[in-house]
Write a protein that binds this ligand. Structure first.
Ligand code: F6R
Length: 640
């Protein structure tokens, strides 16, 4: 294909310009710089800069960068007038979850903006005043000459602002009801779903479309909706697709959010691509799943029909390619996650020696080890390896208050039963009861209660280790400080977190590390935990420690998703009995069963998610024409 054609084809897939950055941090810096440039340009002309702003998890690092530009590079917000997209309704302004609080926390309190220039829909008004308030909001924007630059995030259902699917292209600022999927998605900010408001005041689609320039950001797990908004038809069912009709709109996304775009997912369709073994695997696996045909049954006709004639030209016979991919898939499947001792299998994902190995599993929360890689965990131990688990955080915010009094009651009763002085525990119980009786949704727990919640989870983790067969000295509780805020918003990775991890790694010197590879999670605990491990390993390597060069790092996916089937480098099958044993291992985490605070957008219990995910992986391998197992856990290697 010639390069002109490449461009045309890419264009025909993407109907909105898209800029892809390696990480959310780099994308955020780009958007912050665009905003800063506009503010300065307007300043130079003596004009106001009218910004439309968004909330949610997406823009947090962009606001952090604006604050940095203000503090370190003298960016002033004196000429800035802001209009926020939306606010929950009804909700008091001062509530932690209000967008008013969000904006002040992340931006306004930290820059020199004039408070009278800040506009956020008012979620406190009586209902009969809301309509007028909305009309005034529109008029204010118009009176100032319209929004110069509108920042947007995107909901998993394609909403922009709180314009849910079905919102009219002509909609203006108004009160609207939230889609259930949005309430579930945003429930991570609340103790549980029932507390998420059912309504919101939002700018309309026409309000947004009138902005002179639009920058929409998306990171991580938004890949599917990004592809549908950018490449699909314009439809009110996907509000973001309407942005195709704006003449100055740019999507700024990270690599993970880009994974479903044709140019990334099937680059052979948009132009020439380099046929690396990994790319061939991806193309063939995608084709096989799409055509519902096992890899070894794919024909030359299938290749041509799937836009893969280029591959045939370069690599020859379809059957040869099928075999190459089939072997790649087959060689990644192994019942020996620590390597098969005394065997020479060059294509095996792990080395046969040394045997036994010292394997270190990093578990961001006290149950990720068993949920995400319980089968592998048990196998490693059963196959004679020395398995250690590092529990990175205490996980204390995800324990209900009821558990605290239940366990304290036990402590008091236990001491009483054995004639131990229980005045102190009684006092702690009384204090906890008193505090919890008047605790409001957003109150931070006392440090005693947080410690007890951490202890409850620690005991569950220890019980799981014992269930697998580990002795107590193999469980390491790191209690990393970045997590200990007592709220769902965590601190970023800090030096102490890295030092604690380096110290543990140097002490154990493992030959294998397993960690939660949630590469895309923009501000979640798993991503910070992973960054801490990566940073620690990089430093150990830079310091010249020999042992690290003989260490393989395997990433499992955290609680919800699984690796794309074509990416998997090691798949560990489980028998039905092993899957059942894993289920009982997950059950040990009683504090995480049924009602879990901050459960997020998936109402299934953890064991259900794990089982569905593991059997789904096994089914996909079977669909590709490999042996059908009951369940499989999957890993990708990190090369450092
Ligand atoms: C926020 C807003 C919403 C969010 C969207 C994505 O002001 O209007 O449209 O941008 O729900 O939310 P996050 O960024 O939390 O994924």
């Amino acid at each position: 294909m010639n390069s002109k054609l490449d461009i045309d084809l890419t264009d025909s897939f993407e109907k909105i310009p898209v800029k892809i950055f390696p990480t959310p941090k780099e994308g955020s810096a780009f958007v912050a710089n665009e905003i800063a440039r506009l503010i300065r340009e307007k300043q130079a002309k003596g004009e106001d800069c009218i910004l439309g702003l968004a909330t949610g998890s997406t823009p947090i690092s962009m606001y952090a960068e604006l604050v940095r530009l203000h503090k370190e590079e003298g960016l002033s917000f004196k000429n800035v007038i802001t209009f926020n997209l939306d606010e929950y309704y009804p909700l008091e302004r001062e509530a932690f979850q209000s967008y008013w609080s969000f904006m002040h926390r992340h931006l306004f309190n930290q820059v020199d903006i004039d408070p009278s220039n800040i506009h956020i829909p008012n979620g406190e008004l009586p209902k009969d005043e809301v309509k007028k308030h909305c009309q005034k909001y529109e008029q204010m924007i118009e009176a100032l000459g319209g929004i110069d630059l509108q920042v947007l995030g995107i909901g998993g259902n394609g909403h922009i602002g709180f314009n849910e699917p079905g919102s009219s292209i002509f909609s203006k600022t108004r009160i609207t009801s939230l889609d259930n999927s949005t309430r579930i998605a945003n429930s991570y900010e609340y103790q549980n779903i029932s507390q998420v408001p059912r309504m919101a005041i939002t700018m309309g689609i026409s309000t947004i479309m009138k902005a002179k320039k639009i920058l929409l950001m998306a990171w991580g797990k938004k890949a599917s909706i990004i592809a549908r908004s950018v490449e699909g038809h314009v439809t009110e069912h996907i509000p973001a697709s309407i942005l195709q009709q704006h003449n100055d709109c740019l999507f700024v996304i990270d690599e993970t959010a880009a994974t479903d775009l044709t140019r990334i997912k099937s680059p052979w369709l948009t132009g020439e691509c380099e046929w690396t073994p990994q790319m061939i695997k991806r193309a063939v696996v995608n084709m096989s799943l799409k055509l519902q045909k096992p890899v070894l049954s794919l024909t030359t006709h299938d290749y041509n029909e799937s836009g893969l004639s280029d591959l045939l030209v370069e690599k020859g016979d379809a059957y040869e390619i099928n075999l190459q991919v089939y072997y790649m898939l087959r060689d990644g499947i192994t019942g020996w996650p620590g390597g098969k001792p005394n065997a020479v299998i060059p294509q095996h994902p792990e080395r046969s020696s040394p045997y036994p190995k010292k394997s270190l599993i990093f578990s961001p929360h006290p149950d990720d080890d068993i949920i995400s890689m319980g089968g592998t965990f048990m196998r490693l131990h059963d196959q004679g390896h020395e398995v250690h688990v590092a529990y990175q955080t205490s996980g204390n915010i995800a324990v209900t208050d009821e558990f605290v009094t239940r366990f304290l009651d036990f402590a008091v009763g236990f001491e009483d039963m054995f004639g131990i002085d229980n005045k102190t525990s009684q006092q702690i119980l009384n204090d906890a009861r008193k505090f919890l009786a008047t605790k409001k949704t957003n109150d931070r727990d006392t440090s005693a209660i947080r410690a007890i919640k951490g202890l409850i989870r620690r005991c569950e983790a220890k019980a799981t280790c014992r269930y697998v067969g580990l002795t107590d000295d193999k469980a390491h509780f790191q209690n990393l400080p970045f997590y200990e805020t007592g709220t769902i918003e965590k601190k970023p990775m800090g030096e102490e977190d890295v030092q604690l991890t380096i110290e543990l790694l140097r002490r154990l010197q493992p030959q294998q590390i397993f960690c939660a590879g949630d590469l895309a999670d923009p501000h979640g605990t798993h991503k910070v935990c992973l960054d801490i491990i990566f940073e620690s390993i990089r430093r150990i390597k830079a310091d010249g420690d020999e042992w690290i060069n003989d260490c393989y790092v395997w990433m499992y996916k955290g609680a919800w998703q699984e690796w794309d089937i074509a990416e998997i480098e090691m798949a560990i099958p489980m028998s039905p009995d092993q899957a059942m044993k894993k289920r009982f291992g997950i059950f040990i985490h009683q504090s995480q069963k049924d009602m879990v605070p901050f459960q997020g957008s998936d109402s299934r219990e953890f064991w259900q998610r794990a089982e569905e995910r593991n059997s789904n992986t096994a089914n996909l391998y079977a669909a590709l024409g490999l042996t059908k197992y009951a369940a499989m856990e999957a890993f990708v290697r990190w090369h450092f």
